[in-house]
Design a protein around this ligand. Structure first.
Ligand SMILES: Cc1cc2nc3c(=O)[nH]c(=O)nc-3n(C[C@H](O)[C@H](O)[C@H](O)COP(=O)(O)OP(=O)(O)OC[C@H]3O[C@@H](n4cnc5c(N)ncnc54)[C@H](O)[C@@H]3O)c2cc1C
Length: 382
């Protein structure tokens, strides 16, 4: 057992770290304020191969594996969780297409996702009435001739307004209830009847766009189907297993940023004649933050390591996502506390970290859903 990344994995992380510090960091505040999608930053990440880290090189990916993808995500999130989530979802969509796509779908979409030509990929599962329970979706695709006609709506779709390709899940057999009747499709902007609705005004992660999508009689050829008819829920669940490692990595990056900011501040700020870091109450907060960060990082990399060797990751990914996102909440709270009144202002980075961290406990399955997954696996007989 080794706890150190390989040379190749460390190189991917170093590339992400350098880009995050040199290019993303100077724009963080303005991007948060303006809520504008960071087009140029995403193109730069495409040039560096960070939009399809775990995708075969023959399709334009970096083929660097799941551990490198997690390390890269930690580095980006330590500077801006908004950029990290855009990149995370694009990587997830690229991996889905690489795994389940037809040869034509792979040739068409993967090089464009990997290079940044598409700006983003989007994952269209949640609906206004179905988030935690995706088997309850009501978007439907009905057979017409050789193809399909899609009607319905999606909600909360990250990058749904800028993505070059959107994976959309729809019910294809109204007779069958639950997940067995769900099929995935690949949609592209400009298709007749496909429109983008409201942009959510969010508490954090503000330069990542979150939109609703509407489908009004969208005609799709059968070639737009991803995987087999009825395979959609299995595709979504396996993608979410991997995506949860991405969110765990994001939360770990957030923890590192909060810890770094709080430790720096605690060494500078003086009360009662000495740096606040020398007050045991503050030093102990920093110790707990560092321990949480370390545990989140180890759990995330363990899940990524299991993914890399093709082992089952459902349990490890849910545990990493649950732990890291809940721990990040406590860590950003402590970071604000250590900054005192200054922590409550936008003058210091911790206020944004506090806002950004909150959604990590919600998307790609809330903490309650992660506990359900973990308990179900735990209680299932040997
Ligand atoms: C910023 C942002 C970006 C997002 N991006 C995407 C995206 O790109 N693609 C996408 O498909 N979705 C996306 N989502 C949606 C996200 O995954 C859902 O919001 C999330 O799964 C929760 O669903 P919901 O909001 O419908 O809450 P609900 O399912 O209505 O849950 C409400 C509350 O009830 C709890 N709850 C529900 N069921 C149970 C249960 N059985 N036991 C105990 N508690 C329960 C939940 O934990 C939660 O606390 C995004 C959301 C946000 C906020």
């Amino acid at each position: 057992m080794t706890f150190e990344p390989s040379e190749a994995q460390a190189a991917v992380a170093a590339t992400a770290r350098a880009y995050a510090r040199e290019r993303i960091a100077p724009a963080v505040r303005e991007n948060d304020r303006s809520e504008k999608f960071p087009v140029q930053l995403i193109r730069g990440l495409g040039e560096l191969g960070l939009l399809a880290v775990n995708v075969p090189a023959e399709f334009g990916g970096s083929e660097a594996g799941a551990v490198a993808a997690a390390l890269s995500m930690m580095e980006l999130a330590a500077v801006d969780a908004s950029v990290a989530v855009i990149v995370g979802v694009t990587n997830m969509v690229a991996e889905i297409i690489a795994r389940y796509g037809s040869p034509e779908q792979k040739d068409r979409h993967l090089p464009r996702l990997a290079s940044g030509e598409y700006l983003a990929g989007a994952f269209g599962l949640s609906e206004p009435g179905a988030g935690s329970d995706p088997a309850a979706i009501s978007t439907r695709a009905v057979r017409r001739g050789e193809g399909w006609v899609l009607d319905g709506a999606k909600q909360w779709i990250t990058s749904g307004d800028v993505a070059g390709v959107v994976v959309v899940w729809a019910r294809t057999d109204p007779e069958l209830g639950g997940g067995r009747s769900i099929t995935a499709f690949l949609l592209q902007p400009g298709m007749h009847g496909f429109s983008v609705g409201r942009h959510e005004e969010k508490m954090g992660q503000r330069c990542s766009s979150t939109v609703s999508l509407a489908f009004d009689g969208v005609e799709l050829p059968d070639e737009a189907r991803l995987g087999a008819v009825g395979q959609g829920m299995a595709i979504a669940l396996s993608a979410l297993d991997g995506g949860r490692i991405g969110i765990a990595a994001q939360a770990t990056g957030t923890m590192r940023a909060a810890l770094d900011a709080a430790a720096t501040y605690a060494k500078e700020r003086k009360t009662f004649g000495r740096p606040i870091a020398e007050h045991q109450a503050v030093a102990f907060m920093l110790a707990d933050m560092a321990t949480s960060h370390d545990a989140g990082r180890l759990m995330t990399l363990r899940a990524a390591g299991l993914k890399e060797v093709g082992a089952s990751i459902t349990q490890a990914a849910s545990m990493a996502k649950l732990f890291a996102s809940e721990a990040a909440q406590r860590v950003v709270d402590a970071a604000v506390q250590i900054h005192g009144g200054y922590g409550y202002t936008e003058e210091y980075p911790v206020a944004k970290l506090y806002r950004d961290a909150r959604v990590q406990r919600i998307y790609e399955g809330t903490s309650e859903i992660q506990r359900m997954v973990i308990a179900r696996n735990l209680l299932r007989g040997p």
